[in-house]
Design a protein around this ligand. Structure first.
Ligand SMILES: Cc1ncc(COP(=O)(O)O)c(C=O)c1O
Length: 391
């Protein structure tokens, strides 16, 4: 009881090397409090410098006090057009700029799902979308994909379809596994959608890290695109993303637009500057990601009982399976953070069924950050394995 009281009042303390005894707090409170010292590998954010044009655009908008005005309702001039061209969207597609991709997905699920509908999803997945499906009254039908080929196959979709199925959620590349779908797979999934009259959410949040195939190449009339500037452009804190769809579907979603006054002007300026300069910085970013994942793999390979289900990853994250070691991913997450200032995410955040088997690690950090992880991971695993073997 006393411990519980201490925990909820914040008077409980724990020893953290370099900090001494500090009050217990959740990992995010701790990480944000010490953000400048943390290697942030927990949210697939990008910490590798992208383009100087971003800061220049933000500064210019501040100097001109653009923030005095509500931004243009349909986005600053050029932003939607640039997104459309970058993604190669069909001519009749419309783009809505949103507060992060997550707001677009909320609008979409609210507008196009009804009570009793089923949406084919995966486990692991980015679970906040499943929550949105739930609050719209529909049910996410979670296909287990924590096994070869580490993604949803067209056959799995066929088996999961019922008369209530109304949508497929395709996250490509997949958060958290890093798997991507091949052209034949995307084509077949699109054909299934056509055959069964389903809509497809093509969540291409991570598409710029590789070259995935989009379902709008095959079934543009039934695709809803979730896109964001958070990850590749390093703009997660700006909260800006986009929802794209053919005009007919966009018209159905507009009554549920939660944001008729547009999106933060500085975020829009930053996103436009990043997109205009993308050909200059994206190749460099991708190269560093390959190097970082190689560094991490080398460290993981040294630890008995650990492996990377998907390597190389097609995006800026993958999972490290630690199941055989008996180490608890929550404890590994905490120890890496509190003892080494390396912040990764326990699998429980992205998987109900398999979260106890792995951690998710984002490697869009500086090379020094990846090296810090590579040094800390074997040490912490050895310490935790020792602790567990006592019991
Ligand atoms: C698959 C997927 N979709 C959407 C989002 C939402 O990102 P944001 O709201 O930052 O654009 C995330 C964030 O992690 C994600 O992983």
């Amino acid at each position: 009881m006393a411990v519980f009281h201490e925990l909820i009042t914040g008077s409980a303390k724990r020893y953290i090397s370099g900090f001494g005894y500090v009050p217990c707090m959740n990992v995010f409170d701790f990480a944000h409090k010490h953000a400048s010292e943390i290697v942030w590998m927990s949210q697939n954010t990008n910490h590798i410098p992208v383009s100087d044009e971003i800061d220049k655009a933000i500064r210019k908008a501040v100097d001109e006090k653009e923030y005095n005005l509500y931004p243009r309702a349909s986005g600053i001039f050029g932003l939607c057009e640039t997104v459309k061209a970058h993604l190669g969207l069909p001519d009749d597609y419309e783009v809505l700029i949103t507060n992060g991709g997550i707001e677009g997905l909320y609008i979409l699920t609210r507008a196009l799902l009804k009570k009793g509908d089923e949406v084919i999803c995966s486990d692991p997945s980015f679970l906040p979308i499943h929550h949105q499906i739930n609050i719209s009254g529909a049910t996410p039908v979670e296909i287990p994909i924590y096994q070869e080929p580490w993604k949803i196959t067209p056959d799995m979709i066929r088996k999961a379809i019922t008369e209530k199925t109304s949508m497929i959620l395709l996250i490509d590349p997949i958060n958290p596994l890093g798997t991507a779908y091949t052209r034949p797979e995307v084509k077949e999934i699109s054909e299934i959608a056509e055959e069964h009259d389903l809509l497809v959410i093509d969540d291409i949040t991570y598409r710029d890290f590789s070259d995935p195939v989009a379902t709008y190449e095959y079934v543009p009339e039934r695709t809803l695109v979730g896109y964001t500037f958070s990850k590749q452009c390093g703009l997660a804190g700006m909260r800006i993303g986009a929802l794209a769809a053919p005009k007919s579907l966009m018209d159905q979603m507009m009554p549920y637009n939660t944001n008729v006054l547009s999106v933060n002007i500085l975020a829009q300026r930053a996103a436009l500057a990043a997109m205009k300069d993308i050909d200059n910085w994206l190749p460099r970013l991708r190269k560093q990601l390959m190097e970082n994942q190689r560094i991490i793999k080398e460290a993981v390979d040294k630890v008995e009982g650990c492996y990377l289900p998907v390597y190389p990853s097609h995006t800026n994250m993958f999972v490290i399976d630690i199941h055989e070691t008996g180490v608890d991913p929550d404890k590994l997450q905490d120890k890496l953070l509190y003892d080494h200032k390396v912040f990764v995410r326990s699998g429980n955040y992205v998987s109900k069924a398999f979260g106890g088997r792995f951690i998710r690690v984002s490697f869009s950090v500086t090379q020094e950050g990846a090296e810090k992880f590579a040094e800390a991971f074997p040490k912490v695993m050895a310490e935790l394995r020792c602790k567990w073997s006592v019991f």
